[in-house]
Write a protein that binds this ligand. Structure first.
Ligand SMILES: Cc1cc2nc3c(=O)[nH]c(=O)nc-3n(C[C@H](O)[C@H](O)[C@H](O)COP(=O)(O)OP(=O)(O)OC[C@H]3O[C@@H](n4cnc5c(N)ncnc54)[C@H](O)[C@@H]3O)c2cc1C
Length: 372
């Protein structure tokens, strides 16, 4: 596609902002539409594994991300009594991958991407909740319309399918938050505590700041009040080890969210005519994959690169699906398998992080990311 062509992106999340940065750098004219009144500060944090940091380096924001994020050295896995079950050497994975792993608060990641967009002079339109009718209009005015409008109610995804595409509830909830701890409590390691049908993960960022998620098997009950869910979390994890008690005693109340965890079944196609979906709208995976934001960033990098190298739009969009479907489906499948072992059939032995080789992990994450 000719580099002066125009791209409309719907959704200023990780995928939408990353694509806006990379496509603008390639010379495309980009307009970004977001339904909220500003860049989202929702959520706790994300772990950006080496594949994500590779993309952030291409976007020239890697240094800033490393400055404001943390670089944990290990994942330590425990049972609910604090008995060590396994360890993953993150530094060894980083070394093999050639890029670091960075933990970051979601609001800091979003602000960094928004600043990069501002520096590039990208048109950002807030308070624009796009409808199917608006998308029809954009299709006429732009060469390409990209839906990066998230997992639950993607309007753009729905315009591609006659039947309703419904995300699947996977039978567990996450309560997420941000806490301030003595740095020594976590010793720069991600802590992953698991019981039968329950999990509590704590991720250090910097200077004692951490984000965390408490998860358990639960019915999809939207009527129940948030305070009832939060009270249940305190009851459930009351006897869990000290780091869990420390975060539960020190969280910022405004940072709490309750999420009924959904993902998508793999979709047979992501485009029609000049409309495409990327990120969670195309292939949402469970948080147990640890790859949602990382794969959203990879989508942006692959798409910008294919667009720059190929002039026929239909070939671009077909090639994008061909290059991406295997890896994102693998991430979805890994997320479901781990979720099933924790929140599903409790008789199954839960996999230990020590059972994954650092070589396999780095090969999987870095697959498809070479620069020619
Ligand atoms: C608890 C939890 C923990 C996670 N931890 C990790 C992790 O450690 N590592 C990782 O890689 N991933 C993680 N993820 C997943 C990750 O957060 C998502 O996969 C990622 O944010 C997807 O980005 P996206 O841009 O596709 O969608 P989103 O970030 O959801 O962005 C979609 C945007 O579109 C906007 N929008 C929606 N509809 C419209 C409309 N009609 N018009 C205009 N705008 C619209 C929304 O307001 C939003 O800004 C986690 C997810 C959860 C729930």
């Amino acid at each position: 596609m000719n580099n002066r062509r125009r791209i409309a992106i719907i959704g200023a999340g990780v995928a939408g902002m990353a694509l806006a940065i990379l496509a603008t750098k390639q010379g495309f004219q980009v307009s970004l539409y977001e339904r909220d009144s500003g860049v989202s500060s929702f959520g706790g944090g994300v772990t950006l594994w080496p594949n994500a940091v590779f993309v952030l380096q291409q976007m020239e924001v890697e240094k800033e991300i490393k400055r404001i994020g943390g670089e944990p050295r290990f994942i330590r896995q425990f049972d609910q009594n604090g008995i060590r079950q396994g360890v993953l050497d993150i530094e060894a994975v980083n070394m093999l991958s050639g890029f670091p792993s960075v933990t970051i608060l979601r609001r800091d990641l979003m602000c960094t991407l928004a600043r990069a967009l501002d520096d590039l002079g990208v048109e950002m339109h807030f308070d624009c909740s796009m409808t199917a009718q608006d998308i029809d209009g954009l299709k006429q005015r732009f060469d390409l319309v990209v839906g990066a409008d998230g997992r639950m109610n993607s309007v753009v995804r729905q315009t591609l399918y006659a039947e309703k595409v419904s995300p699947c509830y996977q039978g567990f909830i996450n309560i997420i938050g941000i806490s301030q701890l003595e740095a020594a409590v976590l010793d720069n390691a991600i802590h992953d505590f698991r019981g039968a049908g329950e999990r509590f993960g704590i991720v250090p960022v910097r200077a004692g700041l951490c984000f965390w998620a408490g998860a358990w098997t639960a019915p999809l009950d939207r009527e129940r009040s948030l305070s009832a869910w939060y009270a249940e979390m305190h009851r459930r994890f009351l006897d869990w080890p000290d780091p869990v008690q420390s975060v539960l005693n020190s969280y910022d109340k405004a940072s709490l969210s309750r999420i009924f965890v959904h993902d998508l079944d793999p979709l047979p196609r992501w485009h029609q005519d000049n409309v495409l979906v990327i990120g969670d709208a195309a292939h949402a995976s469970l948080p147990t994959s640890g790859q949602g934001a990382c794969q959203a960033l990879e989508d942006a990098w692959h798409l910008a690169r294919i667009l720059a190298g190929q002039s026929e739009l239909d070939k671009v969009l077909t090639e994008f699906y061909r290059q991406r479907i295997a890896k994102v489906s693998a991430a979805q499948s890994v997320g479901r398998q781990l979720a099933q072992s924790i929140f599903g059939d409790h008789s199954e032995t839960q996999p230990s992080v020590s059972g994954i080789s650092v070589e396999q992990l780095s090969q999987f994450w870095m697959q498809g990311l070479a620069i020619e």
